[in-house]
Design a protein around this ligand. Structure first.
Ligand code: NDP
Length: 327
């Protein structure tokens, strides 16, 4: 396993990590979740990603039980949670980034995860109705109280992240260290262009999500819809519409051929393509079965196959390379 600094922080995070969205507490049985975490940890993964909204708190409960059972040294792993959507309640103050919701959500996550502190705590989305000062102050308080160690954002714009940094700087508070954006072969702009300055200035780290575009970048949907797979699950039709467009299907077919040409599989190629970007601190993997995770955990070996020529062939298939701003 390779470890990278999370932005300019001192924290080292495994370049491949494991997330629990849709799977833990919902799609898969708890013993499968346990197997996945064990495989990941054995292979050097040190970061497990979670959120208050995942399976409405149940994902944290499952992960917390596994972490407790495994008895791995607390210093050897990192666990995250995210605050914004709540864990089911829809009344005022049960969602968002107010001091009240963040404070209550953090305590609820600590209880569900059965931990004394959360290593990485994310604001899952920006909250246009809460002053950024309020959010930055409460994150700083949670750090001072020892309840979280690092805080960050998810799907915030570069401008929103910089506003948080300005507030932190003015008030001598701790600013956000990491952002969790979507990043995969189909979705590139934020990571490759929008954040390009703030990697350098504030030293932003990234924990990227959906490296396989919810499984589309495995090629599994080219001929059929394997039963039980994500895009067949009730309630996730929107994922199919978003990720399985006719253009994507053709690109996946061509990428699948390219993967075979260079002696690898498409899932491994797609993950390797993400982590070859040095601004990716960690790519969060998802899996519903142990074999899937065993495959994608092997992706680091494929990075060396991504020569300039192979990358050029990939760009030729994707035709979506973002254009950086010209100064
Ligand atoms: P991916 O895009 O990598 O999709 C993972 C899914 O793809 C698996 O659950 C599985 O689904 C399928 N899959 C994975 N490996 C293989 C394989 N080798 N062969 C065939 N199918 C495979 O990642 P996720 O969308 O799951 O995102 C990863 C993590 O990122 C989440 O768990 C979560 O922690 C985080 N996240 C954060 C978000 C945010 O807003 N901050 C949003 C979304 C995710 P199946 O078997 O069901 O087809």
């Amino acid at each position: 396993m390779e470890y990278r600094r999370l932005g300019k922080s001192g924290l080292q995070v495994s370049v491949l990590s494991l997330g629990s969205w849709i799977t833990f507490g919902k799609q898969i049985e708890d013993r499968t979740a346990e197997r996945l975490m064990a495989i990941a940890y054995e292979q050097g993964v040190n970061f497990f990603d979670n959120a208050e909204i995942y399976a409405r708190g149940q994902s944290e409960i499952v992960m917390g039980q596994i972490l407790k059972k495994m008895k791995w040294e607390r210093s050897s792993w990192l666990v995250s949670s995210k605050v914004f959507w709540g864990d089911g309640g829809k009344r005022p103050n049960q969602t968002g980034l107010s001091r009240k919701h963040i404070f209550e959500a953090c305590h609820a996550s600590l209880r569900r995860l059965q931990v004394e502190y959360i290593d990485l705590y994310f604001c899952h989305r920006p909250d246009k109705n809460t002053p950024i000062e309020e959010t930055v102050w409460v994150m700083n308080h949670l750090i001072a109280q020892g309840k979280i160690l690092y805080w960050g954002t998810s799907e915030w714009s570069a401008q929103e992240i910089m506003e948080a940094h300005m507030v932190a700087r003015e008030n001598r508070l701790i600013g956000p260290v990491m952002e969790q954006p979507q990043y995969n072969m189909f979705h590139r702009h934020k990571v490759e262009v929008e954040f390009s300055q703030i990697y350098k200035t504030v030293g932003l780290g990234t924990t990227i999500w959906s490296p396989l575009a919810s499984g589309v970048l495995t090629g599994k949907y080219l001929e059929q819809f394997p039963s039980g797979s994500r895009l067949t699950l009730e309630g996730f039709e929107w994922l199919k519409e978003r990720n399985l467009t006719p253009a994507h299907i053709e690109q996946v077919r061509a990428l699948d051929g390219l993967a075979k040409d260079i002696g690898t599989s498409l899932p491994m190629l797609a993950v390797a393509w993400c982590v070859q970007n040095p601004n990716v601190s960690t790519a969060i993997l998802g899996a519903s079965r142990p074999e899937q995770l065993e495959e994608t955990l092997g992706s680091l070996e494929v990075v060396q196959k991504l020569t300039a020529e192979v990358n050029e062939r990939i760009e030729g298939i994707l035709t979506n390379k973002p254009v950086p701003p010209q100064f």
